[in-house]
Design a protein around this ligand. Structure first.
Ligand code: SAM
Length: 175
């Protein structure tokens, strides 16, 4: 598996590309978990990466509380492309109470408030395996940035990327 720094050569100009490349190398000894699936396609990029790479199973958690998001839209766009993401339609709070699976790639992109983002990290980070990836989307947003700063002592080999839209995508590998 390439190390985190060599992965940077793959990074192009969009956070979905980052996700795609990380999903390709995510260890199948865990699963990929997306917190905040939405309807903008991150899940498709993750599933396509996993399919091209290690075939790591993909899970997504979303309560579809955000206007414009819909579980049917996600299921349809996955089906059209021949991918499947295992969706848990619930809050990250409820999900963390039943979650018991090792995680190879944790993508945090649900509620971006400081408290919610910090909780999402704290609830799911213990399940991230050694050499697993943690990705925060929108890392330039003040509250997300604050979470990253506070948890960075747990993270190593960290690299910050900004995509072409100026929306940050920060990722790190667990020690
Ligand atoms: C920014 S969107 C996700 C975008 C998606 N990851 C992408 O890049 O295409 C955030 C999503 O998180 C969901 N969400 C917000 N708070 C949540 C919570 N507490 N538990 C679960 N999902 C939540 C919203 O319904 C929304 O679909």
């Amino acid at each position: 598996m390439p190390n985190t720094l060599s992965l940077t050569q793959y990074i192009q100009d969009h956070y979905c590309k980052t996700l795609h490349e990380l999903a390709k190398v995510a260890s199948p000894s865990g699963v990929i978990l997306e917190l905040g699936v939405g309807s903008w396609g991150s899940g498709v990029w993750i599933c396509s990466g996993a399919a091209e790479g290690t075939n790591c199973p993909v899970y997504g958690i979303d309560n579809f509380s955000m206007e414009g998001t819909s579980v049917l839209q996600v299921l349809d766009s996955m089906k059209d492309r021949g991918y499947s993401e295992n969706l848990l339609v619930m809050s990250t709070y409820n999900a963390h109470r039943i979650w018991n699976c090792p995680i190879s790639l944790l993508f945090i992109d649900a509620d971006h408030s400081y408290e919610a983002c910090y909780n999402d990290f704290q609830w799911f980070y213990p399940s991230v395996i050694h050499d697993g990836f943690i990705v925060f989307h929108d890392s330039e947003q003040q509250e997300v940035k604050r979470v990253i700063k506070e948890v960075s002592e747990f993270l190593c080999d960290d690299v910050e990327m900004l995509d072409a839209d100026g929306r940050g995508c920060y990722f790190a590998k667990k020690k």
